[in-house]
Design a protein around this ligand. Structure first.
Ligand code: GLU
Length: 469
């Protein structure tokens, strides 16, 4: 039996959960769930000048919203400094790491000289074989890299990537104040947390040979790697704020459903035949690194919007009604905490979901159902609330007042008889009614609209329209 798969998402809390980070988290999550493995959340907050608790919260909020649940953690590296020091001590004892007393000034001077001579900028190994400490100087600890041979990264996406060991610097693992550096903390945690697969962005590929040497030094079987290709903007530059929103929660604010974003993110690099829309169960079932491409993926906001509209269409109206409430509060259509008739809201949503690409659009359209009154679009009013339509609207109001039940069928009958009596076409009546009911000229079918509005609101709005002509 093979060992259980253990993967981790290891964000640095120096910003919100962004598109790239979310995709890394998602691929880790999918790989764990596909293999019945364990997904660990590890917060890499050792850069205390840039890490904040707010960003930790924000990352957790983003992951929860996307439904990426973890099995262990969140662990924080700042809670684990003792662990890193112990591991570093072990390396020192075994002669795999050494104290280095070179001052920053000395290193800088040497670096400049090497640069001028066109030589390698690597540490020159001066303190590698020192016999004893240099008094009065707080040393750093460097890892002794092999000076010859090659380190090969066996990557599930990139294949074999070979690095020459002579290029690898004797990296600092503890600073002079005793704090651990990035490459040490990552490897110690991977060892300590028994990580079997390291799945991360390929901007980390250059760190991997150094880390492999550290895994070896700790006698830990080197994990498998999967370095994910970068995500680019439409201009083929690395995705950044210039290309629009990059924070995951900004997509919540813009009215995206988490399922749509997950579906979109997974397709940034992964494919399964021509299939575009996947349920979460399908993703878990089909996911593998064999179908992750090598090329960078281009972020396409239009496609994300299209997917979102598909997810809205395919969501139940009850669910959408629940989800739209915060958006209605935000756009001021309802008060925070105001009770809602959810069955009615669900019906209203049903008339709009095919026409709404985002939850924000849905909430904005719901305004004319929920608000006491509508605001007329000036052009629509001028064109349709005219002398000519006044009699029609008045006749309709009369007829509707007498209708016992506002059903689609009844409404259709009433409209038909008004239209016939006045010798006009259905649209001659429907458009003025639409403006009277919604303020504009675009809406779901007019019978559906009236059914949702109900008799009282319909009649009041007709009266107002007639009076205003
Ligand atoms: N903390 C690193 C980052 O946020 C990830 C390191 C890793 O996955 O190995 O980029």
């Amino acid at each position: 039996m093979t060992d259980k798969i253990r993967v981790r998402f290891a964000p640095s809390p120096t910003g919100h959960l962004h598109i790239g980070g979310a995709r890394t988290a998602l691929f880790n999550w999918l790989y764990a769930r596909h293999n019945n493995g364990t997904f660990i959340l590890r917060i890499e907050d050792t850069d205390t000048t840039r890490s904040t608790d707010e960003y930790i919260e924000a990352i957790i909020e983003g992951m929860k919203w996307l439904g990426l649940d973890w099995d262990e953690g969140p662990f924080r590296q700042t809670d684990r400094f003792d662990v890193y020091r112990n591991y570093a001590d072990q390396l020192i004892k075994e002669g795999r790491a050494y104290y280095c007393y070179c001052s920053p000034e000395e290193l800088e001077a040497r670096r400049k000289e090497s640069m001028a001579q066109g030589k390698s900028l690597k540490y020159n190994g001066k303190c590698r074989d020192l016999k004893g400490p240099v008094p009065g100087i707080k040393p750093v600890v460097r890892f002794r890299m092999p000076v010859a041979g090659q380190t090969i990264v066996d990557d599930l996406i990139k294949g074999m990537v070979t690095f020459e060991n002579e290029q690898l610097d004797d990296l600092i693992i503890l600073r002079s104040d005793g704090t651990p550096t990035y490459n040490l903390t990552v490897v110690v945690d991977d060892v300590d947390m028994k990580i079997t697969h390291v799945i991360r962005g390929d901007d980390h590929l250059n760190n991997t040979p150094k880390q492999i040497q550290l895994y070896n030094a700790f006698g830990y079987p080197v994990p498998k790697f999967a370095h994910l290709p970068m995500i680019l903007g439409s201009d083929k530059a690395r995705l950044s704020k210039r290309h629009g929103a990059t924070s995951v929660m900004a997509y919540y604010d813009m009215g995206y459903l988490p399922e749509a974003l997950v579906n979109y993110l997974v397709r940034l690099g992964w494919s399964y035949g021509d299939q575009e829309v996947f349920t979460r169960d399908e993703l878990v079932k089909y996911f593998s690194f064999e179908n992750v491409g090598k090329a960078a993926a281009v972020f396409n906001p239009e496609k994300l919007l299209w997917l979102n509209s598909q997810y809205i269409i395919n969501s139940s109206t009850d669910k959408l009604a629940e989800l739209v409430i915060p958006f209605l509060e935000k756009n001021g259509v309802i008060e925070k905490g105001q009770g809602m008739d959810m069955a009615w809201l669900s019906k209203a949503v049903g008339t709009l979901k095919e026409r709404s690409k985002t939850m924000v659009e849905l909430a904005n359209s719901l305004r004319y159902y929920i608000a006491e009154d509508v605001e007329y679009n000036e052009k629509a009013k001028e064109k349709f609330l005219t002398e000519k339509s006044r009699d029609l609207l008045a006749a309709l109001k009369e007829a509707l007042t007498a209708v016992p039940e506002f059903s689609h069928h009844e409404l259709e009958q009433v409209f038909k008889s008004v239209v016939e009596t006045h010798g006009v076409k259905l649209k001659d009546l429907a458009q003025p009614v639409r403006v009277a009911m919604t303020g504009g000229t675009e809406s779901p079918g007019i019978f559906e609209v009236l059914e949702v509005l109900g008799k009282e609101k319909t009649v009041t709005r007709l009266e107002r329209a007639i009076k205003g002509i």
